[in-house]
Design a protein around this ligand. Structure first.
Ligand SMILES: [Zn+2]
Length: 389
């Protein structure tokens, strides 16, 4: 029996999300698909959480807290001096300057203390069955590896030194590579498969994230919570410091965000277009840039940016990404599927919908996490999934 999970109420609007409307939505959803897990947003009034908890328990499902770990969440606001530092030496700002997409450095002791205190407080205040950790990574370097490949802050330099790694050497190497088209191509390739220049840095970032998530997972377990993780799609995990094999050891399941048509952070087209634009702005012709990314990522990319933007990735890419998660040792893969139409951000191709489900299934997914979020997902989608799976 596959596991179905859904993300619910990322944002709260008291006019729209009344106790009655939230309850009604949950009843409609559970009536169509036997959800095992409901993952609720981090910023909900206690009355709404209580309704979700009651309905979830009535359905024999588990209630998870959706918790952004290394970024702001409205209550937890990282200090500006906690930002990660890019290879160019400047702090890395979040997507559109948003706090929720601005990352704090996991090697900063003050960040550790503040993040874990916030997590403990959130889990003490409400009883949850599980914790779903989001933003468990370094910022994505895709839009500009020179300014956004992090982190080179003093705490990272110090932690790396302790592990016998010269981070400032790696930083100089990145600055050097970013100067020429061939250097940029080499740098882009190494974001997927680190070569000699960056292997030490990339492994250090992965160890940093794995250890940090292990500590967060220990807090969750101590509070009686199961643990699920929101990760990048397997082809993109190295560039954000995620190691699926290591992360699998500390959690119960992983949701790879293999979003084929999403033009926002973590979406495959968004991240790959960012890198393509950076290569092209450095002087590489478009076909060469796309060819490099296709070979480096192992993804079936089209030859042009416009085709990637408009068509996204084919279902076979989703199948391969799911298989890759399995090959990396993830025991329980709950494939992330973005089912809400958002203008200029996410497209749900009606004709491809059954074939995408087929692809996750063929890839060996153990279930699905419906994103974001259940409030906006058309109910017929739930019926289609129930019928298919
Ligand atoms: Zn740092």
């Amino acid at each position: 029996m596959p596991t179905f999970a859904a993300q619910f109420l990322e944002y709260f609007d008291p006019v729209v999300h009344t106790p009655a409307s939230v309850h009604e939505r949950l009843r409609q959803a559970f009536a169509r698909l036997p959800f095992e897990i409901l993952i609720i947003g981090w910023d909900l009034p206690s009355e709404i959480i209580a309704i979700c908890a009651k309905e979830t328990a009535r359905q024999n499902a588990k209630l998870y807290r959706w918790h952004p770990l290394l970024s702001g969440d409205g209550h937890f606001v990282p200090r500006p001096e906690w930002k990660t530092i890019g290879a160019s030496g400047q702090p890395v700002n979040g997507f559109k300057g948003l706090d929720e997409f601005t990352f704090a450095c996991p090697n900063n002791p003050q960040v550790r203390e503040a993040v874990f205190e916030h997590l403990q407080a959130a889990l003490s205040a409400t009883h949850y069955d599980g914790l779903f950790l989001d933003r468990i990574r370094f910022p994505s370097p895709a839009n500009d590896p020179l300014t956004e490949l992090a982190c080179f802050c003093p705490d990272c330099v110090c932690a790396a030194e302790g592990a016998g790694l010269d981070l400032e050497f790696a930083q100089r190497e990145i600055i050097h590579l970013a100067k020429s088209p061939t250097g940029r191509l080499a740098l882009a390739e190494q974001l997927f498969t680190p070569g000699a220049d960056l292997a030490g840095l990339m492994a250090f970032r992965q160890r940093t994230i794995s250890a940090f998530i292990q500590s967060a997972a220990e807090i969750a377990r101590a509070n009686g919570c199961a643990v699920g993780l929101d990760t990048f799609s397997p082809a993109l995990t190295p560039m954000v410091g995620q190691d699926l094999s290591a992360l699998d050891a500390v959690c119960d399941w992983i949701k790879p965000m293999s979003y084929a048509h999403t033009l926002g952070p973590a979406g495959l087209p968004y991240e790959l277009l960012g890198l393509a634009n950076w290569l092209i702005s450095g002087g590489t012709p478009e076909t060469e840039a796309m060819g490099c990314l296709k070979a480096a990522s192992g993804l079936e990319l089209p030859a042009s940016r416009s085709a990637l933007r408009e068509d996204g990735l084919p279902p076979s890419a989703l199948e391969n990404e799911t298989k890759m998660a399995k090959r990396q040792g993830v025991r329980k893969v709950l494939a992330g599927i973005a089912l809400v139409e958002l203008e200029n951000i996410n497209r749900v191709p009606a004709d491809l919908f059954p074939s995408e489900l087929n692809a996750y299934h063929a890839g060996g997914a153990d279930g699905l996490v419906l994103a974001w979020d259940l409030w906006q997902i058309p109910l017929e989608r739930l019926e289609q999934i129930a019928k298919f799976w």
